[in-house]
Design a protein around this ligand. Structure first.
Ligand SMILES: [Zn+2]
Length: 471
């Protein structure tokens, strides 16, 4: 308000004392108002406005009266910000003689600093915090999101796809055209991307591979359209990025195994005590991992079974996990499970040693300090190595599953470190102090996420790619 008083006073060529006299204040009193050291009462605002010959409303408007005032106000706010004060920089008080160019440079610098600060969210620590927070949020909803189910049902209908049948290439092409997009398969997609959606020319670019449309790319296509349909913008932080990825994944699963067909199928299998991730996978022709995810989405709310899920690298490091059945995943001090070692005696680790082929079913009963769990696990070869995907529940719910009993029964005392996190005493006596291993750089879950709107994506590559596409 002080700025507005000064603005109108100078506009009228009045000095402080002149306006003061007209408004019944001293010059120093007027100066205190203009500098924001004192706030005028409503009666005083009325008197000042009358002296200036304007409506009091003009003095009460919150917008800065001029671009120059806006800069001065922003600079003052910057210098009052705690993050700025913490830097211990000398205070710079601007006057009317401070050049506007100097102010613009200072304010620009402060904005850049604030931007750099917010981009630093994608450190390993922030990534872990975000992962932990998101897992908690998912557990609170039993990993089931009705609003995403509704969007999925609309997409299924739009595609003209029979929910009980696996989604065909024709359904997908139909969905793309209904959404106003063209699918283009190219062999020079930027390395850091799985797909690029061009909303200007309405195209979805995907890598050209043998059998491009025959299934393996369906999730990538649906995730891209999912983000578009859900109105995902550029995420402002790592948590936002993670949430968008989870939502797009969820939506893809919900389109490929629609609620209306998946729930009756699973309900029937449960009634016959023949629930099986493999059968569920085959019914909708999706990957085992996607079938396991989708099963977990529906298990608690629709089948009344509490479950857990984990994706573990052959090194034993957990890449993804979810649980609402009380199973105790190892966590770091921030509450994240990603990057932690799964217990050596759990199914998600043992399945690597069990040397079973990709299609064979591995089941195990594990007694832990928190109860006994039945778990089924499956191996998955990816570009990043061999992974296990395991899904489990409390032993009392195992009866609903095919192979609900198992000969493989193991005991795990984790999180007690003596279980498997430290070497057995005999080995330690022999080798403690004699072995100097050199660690391999940690897996991507622990690496610092590159900063930027789309973590891990080289945007220059993406823009250059779009530039060179023919019209
Ligand atoms: Zn253990």
């Amino acid at each position: 308000m002080g700025r507005r008083i000064r603005h109108f006073r100078l506009q009228r060529g009045l000095r402080l004392a002149q306006l003061g006299t007209a408004a019944g204040r001293s010059a120093s009193g007027m100066s205190a108002f203009e500098n924001g050291h004192r706030v005028p009462t409503l009666a005083q605002i009325g008197a000042i406005a009358a002296a200036l010959g304007i409506s009091p409303r003009l003095l009460l408007e919150p917008a800065p009266p001029s671009p120059r005032d806006a800069l001065e106000i922003e600079w003052e706010r910057v210098q009052r910000d705690t993050a700025w004060l913490a830097r211990g920089l000398p205070r710079l008080k601007t006057t009317r003689t401070t050049p506007t160019a100097v102010l613009e440079a200072l304010v620009g610098l402060a904005r850049e600093l604030a931007q750099a600060r917010s981009e630093r969210v994608a450190t390993p620590e922030e990534a872990r915090r975000a992962n932990a927070a998101l897992r908690l949020e998912m557990r609170q909803h039993d990993d089931y999101f009705p609003e995403l189910e509704e969007v999925a049902a609309e997409l299924v209908e739009l595609a003209g796809h029979d929910p009980a049948e696996p989604m065909s290439p024709a359904d997908l092409a139909n969905l793309a055209s209904k959404l106003g997009f063209e699918l283009r398969f190219v062999n020079d997609l930027p390395q850091t991307t799985r797909s690029v959606l061009d909303t200007k020319r309405r195209r979805l670019y995907l890598p050209l591979r043998a059998g491009s449309m025959s299934g393996s790319q369906r999730p990538a296509i649906l995730q891209a359209f999912g983000s578009h349909v859900l109105g995902h913008g550029e995420p402002s932080d790592y948590m936002g990025f993670l949430r968008q990825r989870v939502e797009a994944n969820y939506l893809a699963g919900a389109v490929l195994a629609p609620l209306s067909a998946a729930v009756p199928l699973l309900g029937g299998a449960k009634a016959r005590h023949q629930l099986s991730i493999e059968d569920f996978r085959d019914a909708f022709a999706v990957s085992y991992e996607m079938a396991a995810h989708r099963f977990v989405n529906l298990a608690t709310r629709h089948l009344n079974i509490r479950v857990h899920f984990a994706k573990v690298h052959s090194s034993g490091v957990i890449h993804k996990s979810y649980e609402n059945d009380g199973v105790l995943f190892p966590t770091d001090p921030l509450g994240a499970t990603e990057g932690q070692f799964m217990c050596r005696y759990w199914a998600g680790r043992n399945v690597f040693d069990a040397a079973c082929g990709g299609s064979q079913r591995y089941v195990q009963l594990t007694t832990t300090p928190n109860g006994t769990y039945w778990v089924t696990a499956h191996l998955k070869q990816t570009r990043d190595g061999l992974f296990s995907v395991s899904t489990g529940c409390r032993a009392e719910d195992a009866k609903w599953f095919l192979d609900g009993d198992s000969q493989i029964r193991l005991r795990s005392d984790c999180p007690d470190r003596s279980c498997c996190q430290v070497p057995p005493a005999a080995l330690a006596d022999e080798w403690s102090g004699w072995a100097w291993p050199s660690a391999r750089p940690h897996s991507s879950v622990l690496a610092a996420m590159p900063a930027g709107a789309f973590p891990g994506v080289d945007l220059t590559d993406v823009y250059e790619f779009l530039e060179r596409q023919p019209n």
